[in-house]
Design a protein around this ligand. Structure first.
Ligand code: HEM
Length: 396
């Protein structure tokens, strides 16, 4: 069987039957044209998230796969920036950088931002409240995460359009397999612009520090390229994913009116509804790793330099992990879904993302009674990213 998760847009829209098939028949799958492995079962995906024979220097794995006309540019970006990304590092350098960044995303730090997140949420909802309808993705979910992460870093609100564009292009490049002329050109141009912009902002913060994350990073003794590279990561990682989480949650609730009614009746279920969304519709259905040394896994010979894709979307629906996995049930006891990954690279922004989504959903449901769908949804269904792009809703 041809693997769904690479090239077939039809299958990417509804990959779940293929997940089921692969978990049963082909749990560790080698796709020759890409020299890459795909892993589908929960136990394997979770185990391999912790395996040190797999490296996060995966961006290096994308260099040979770059289109020939972009290889030099991709190589340059990798050598100077992408290799400094927190999510590209392994071992001690990874732990050291994580120690720098983690405190800024702790429960305590995030609690400090709650009033600002509530205010931004309120302003976005005020804009559409009177009209009685909106495209939840475009008018809200697309806006809030970038406002939050930009204000946290110290990127002025007026720049957020540019940030959204850069971030979309960068994420698209790594989510669309294999790269196309368009995803390559957009990624290279946007990344260069983003680097120039962040270098400028960093210079300003070095001379006049403010109470933002970029100023704190500027005073941390980290190298300039490391700061710029990781500011880039935070802007991109904190944007697309949280947008998709909020959209997927609203979409799932609208498609399951019994669960929506249950939530309205007991809003303390909101954190569980958010985790159930991350289980059923993780924003990142796959995560890449680079095989760092030859080794045998489940009878297969993995070779150094190959890419390996961890199937989060499939693992989260594995019946060996969760009972009745195709059912959306906001009352489930929290289990360890893999929507935020697992192991040393577990999402550093998970507390922020959960908090943001829960403020957004709480406000939406309490301010807008009679919430319902208002026409067809349109979803981004890429190999590495999934969520509603257009989600029309209406209220009374
Ligand atoms: C619903 C929202 C989110 C989802 C589904 C998500 C998902 C993930 C996943 C699956 C990983 C693991 C990557 C790997 O194993 O290679 C990860 C890591 C990461 N995430 Fe998130 N993320 C979300 C929100 C955020 C936010 C809001 C931020 C930042 C403000 C963020 C920043 C990061 C960073 C920096 C890493 C790398 C951590 C490391 O390598 O140590 N994420 N995220």
């Amino acid at each position: 069987m041809e693997p769904f998760c690479l090239v077939d847009p039809e299958k990417l829209r509804h990959p779940f039957p293929d997940y089921e098939y692969c978990r049963r028949e082909n749990p560790v799958f080698f796709y020759e044209p890409m020299n890459a492995w795909f892993v589908f079962r929960y136990a394997d995906v979770d185990r391999l998230f912790h395996d040190e024979r797999l490296s996060n220097a995966r961006m290096g794995g994308y260099v040979p796969g770059a289109l020939p006309s972009y290889r030099e540019a991709v190589e340059w970006l990798f050598a100077n920036y992408f290799r400094h990304w927190l999510l590209s590092l392994d071992g001690e350098p990874h732990r050291a950088l994580r120690r720098h960044l983690q405190p800024h995303f702790s429960e305590r730090a995030v609690s400090g931002w709650v009033p600002a997140i509530e205010e931004m949420t309120g302003e976005l909802l005020d804009r559409v409240a009177a009209q009685g309808f909106m495209d939840f993705s475009r008018d809200f979910a697309y806006e809030l995460p970038v406002l939050v992460i930009s204000s946290l870093l110290g990127v002025p609100a007026g720049e957020r359009r540019r940030v959204i564009g850069w971030s979309d292009h960068l994420a698209n490049y790594f989510n669309v397999i294999p790269p196309t002329e368009q995803t390559s050109a957009e990624m290279v141009d946007s990344t260069r612009e983003m680097i120039d912009y962040l270098e400028g902002l960093l210079r300003q913060r070095r001379s006049r520090p403010e109470a933002d994350l970029l100023s704190r990073m500027a005073g941390s003794g980290l190298e300039e390229a490391v700061i710029v590279a990781n500011a880039m990561v935070l802007l991109v990682a904190g944007h697309e994913t949280t947008r998709n989480l909020m959209g997927s949650c609203v979409s799932l609730l609208l498609r399951h009116p019994d669960q929506l009614a249950r939530l309205r009746a007991d809003m303390s279920l909101l954190p569980r509804a958010i985790d159930e969304t991350l289980r059923m519709e993780p924003a990142n259905p796959i995560m890449a790793r680079l095989v760092a040394e030859d080794f045998e896994y489940a009878g297969d010979a993995l070779r150094r330099g190959q890419l390996l894709f961890l199937g989060i979307g499939s693992a989260n629906r594995d019946p060996a992990f969760v009972e009745d996995p195709e059912r959306f049930d906001i009352g489930r006891k929290p289990g360890k879904h893999l929507g935020f990954g697992s192991g040393p690279h577990f999402c550093i922004g998970s507390i922020l993302a959960r908090r943001e989504a829960s403020i957004a959903l709480r406000e939406l449901l309490t301010r807008f009674p009679g919430l319902r769908g208002d026409g067809p949804e349109e979803w981004v269904c890429q190999a590495g990213m999934r969520g509603p792009l257009r989600l029309p809703i209406r209220w009374t």
